[in-house]
Design a binder for this molecule. Structure first.
Ligand code: CO
Length: 156
């Protein structure tokens, strides 16, 4: 395993649409392993492959216990009508957070590292995080969804 460099807002790669993963091979597994290590070192709650300069549809989201969940080719199959708002951050946009309203609950369909299809019902921080990470796969940052920003230190 190795850590990879997290690219920052302004890098053109963050605006590109990532391609589906088709090969569930060692190359994918080492990407997922590196993403987990990179996320742990950075102290975030989620990471998308394009943030480490790989334009493939793979993300890591921490579960409620803080353990990494790997999601390959994730997509939302349902979202709740109820929304909730929170100051959201991104490892590619350090130092600030922005107030973002999102559906409170979602159903996500994805594949694991072996290609097996899974479905999860998520709510709270995990639901928010998976929406944020899927946005990365489509070339979008949360900063497009808000104009209410706060510096990290103002939250403390
Ligand atoms: Co992000």
């Amino acid at each position: 395993m190795a850590t990879r460099t997290i690219i920052k807002r302004g890098d053109a790669l963050l605006k590109k649409v990532s391609r589906p993963v088709k090969d569930f091979n060692e190359r994918l597994w080492s990407l997922l392993d590196d993403m987990k290590e990179t996320l742990e070192l950075a102290g975030g709650v989620g990471l998308a492959a394009p943030q480490v300069s790989v334009l493939r549809r793979a993300v890591i989201v921490l579960d409620e216990e803080g353990n990494p969940m790997e999601m390959v080719n994730p997509s939302l199959t349902a979202r709740s009508q109820e929304t909730c708002g929170m100051y959201e951050g991104c490892l590619s946009v350090p130092g600030v957070r922005g107030w973002v309203e999102r559906p409170e609950k979602v159903v996500v369909r994805f594949q694991d590292r072996f290609g097996e299809v899974k479905t999860l019902h998520l709510e709270g921080l995990q639901a928010r995080c998976v929406q944020h990470e899927i946005d990365h796969l489509d070339g979008h940052l949360y900063t497009e969804l808000t104009d209410q920003f706060i510096r990290d230190e103002e939250l403390k």
